[in-house]
Design a binder for this molecule. Sequence first.
Ligand SMILES: Cc1cc2nc3c(=O)[nH]c(=O)nc-3n(C[C@H](O)[C@H](O)[C@H](O)COP(=O)(O)O)c2cc1C
Length: 409
Amino acid sequence: MALKNKRILIIVGGGISAYKSLDLIRLLKKNKVDVKVILTKSGKEFVTPLSITTLTNNKTFEDIFDKNSEADIDHIALSRWADLIIVLPTTANFMTKLTIGKAEDLATTVLLASNKDILLVPAMNVRMWLHKATQKNLKVLQDYGYYFIGPEKGEMVCGEYGEGKMSSPRQIFSYLKNYFDKKNLIKHKNFKALVTTGPTREYIDPIRYISNESSGKQGYEVALALNRIGIKTEIIAGPSDLPPSRDLKIKRIVSAKNMLSEVKKSLPVDVAICAAAVSDYKPIKKSKKKIKKNSSNLDNIKLEKNIDILEYLSKNNKFRPKIVIGFSAETENVIQNSIAKIKEKYCDLIIANDVSKKDFGFNSEYNKVSIIDKKGKIQSIPKNKKSYIANTIAKIILDKLLLNDKNIN
Ligand SMILES: Cc1cc2nc3c(=O)[nH]c(=O)nc-3n(C[C@H](O)[C@H](O)[C@H](O)COP(=O)(O)O)c2cc1C
C-alpha cells in the first residue's frame, strides 16, 4: 500500500470545512500514515487541538513562538519531516498569503521554507472563488508549483450553489493514494530524460554567426519540471542566459555539431525533448579570419542544411528513446506545419508554438502551445507562464512513460 508509513503534514486553515480535516486524518491513520497537524489561529476557531491530537496521536502545532514546540521540532524540521504537505481547507486569505510569500506564522513559514510537494484544497463561497483576486492568486500559485485538488461544484454551507466546495475527504484520500503510487513507480523505474534547449550559433568567421531569438527558457522550465517529478534530467543548452541550477546538470554548447555530440554522449534515455532552436542552416565553410568589408568572400558565404538532431534521435535504431518530442516554432500555419513535421521527423509528440507574437513565445516569460500526437490529436494550452506550461508538459510525459512501460511489461 503506497500510503503506509508515509508522513503527511496537514495545515488546517480557518474555513467552515475545517471539520472535514478530522475525517481525512481518521482515514489516513487507518491506513497507517503518520500525520502531524499545524492549526492556524483561525483554524482553531473551527476545530480544537484536542480533537486533532486525539486522532493523530501527535502534538498539534500552533504557534511559531511556542517555546515547547520549537524545542520539540522547528518550522524547518517540520517541513523536512513531511513527505507531502496539505493545506485543508485552503481559504481565500491563505491563498493570498502564499501568493505574496508571507511568513507570518508557523503555517506560512513552514510552507515558504518547504522543499516538498504542497497540495492545496481550496474551499470558499463561490463569489470568493470566482473573484478576480482569487483567480489571479490561483494562477500564481500554480506557477509556483503548488498542486490543487478541487474546488468542486455544489451546494455550499451558506446555501449558495457553485464552484467553491471543498473536495471530500474520500476524494482527497484517492488523490493521495494515486500521488504516492505514482511517486513509488517513478522511483522504482528510474526514468531518465534529455532536454535540448536554446539557440545554436553557426559561425561564419571568428566573430560573426547565424543564430536565432530563442532564449532557451521553455526547455529549461521543462527540464526543471521533469526533475521535480522525479525524472532524472540532463539539459544541453545553446548560448543563453539560463541560470545554473543546483538540481539540474546543464551542458553548455555552441553549435549544432557540439549539441549532437553531447546528445550522443547522453544516450540512452527514456525520453528526449528537443526544445532547442537548432539553426536550420550553417555556412559550408567558416573563415579563419574576420571577413573584411568589401571582401569578395562576402559574396561567397554559402550555406548548407544543418544536422537535424530531432530526426537523429527519432531514427536512431540502437538508442531511440521510448518517447521523442520535438518543438515546432512557427510563424504561420502553426498546426498544419507541425502535423507535417511530426510525420517528417518520426517523433511521438510535437509541441507547436507560435513565435510570431511579441507577448509570448521566443524571449518571453509566457508561451501558448499545442501538443500534437502522431494520430493528430491536439491538446492546446492557453497563454500562461512558461513554468506552468512546463508542468503540464512534464505530467503528460510522465503519463506517457508509465503507459508505455505498462504496455511493454
Ligand atoms: C463562520 C466562518 C466561516 C468561514 N468560512 C470560510 C471559508 O469556507 N473559506 C474562506 O476562504 N474563508 C472563510 N472564512 C473567512 C476566514 O475564516 C478568514 O479569512 C480567516 O482569516 C482565514 O484564516 P486562514 O488564513 O488561517 O485560513 C470564514 C469565516 C467565518 C467567520
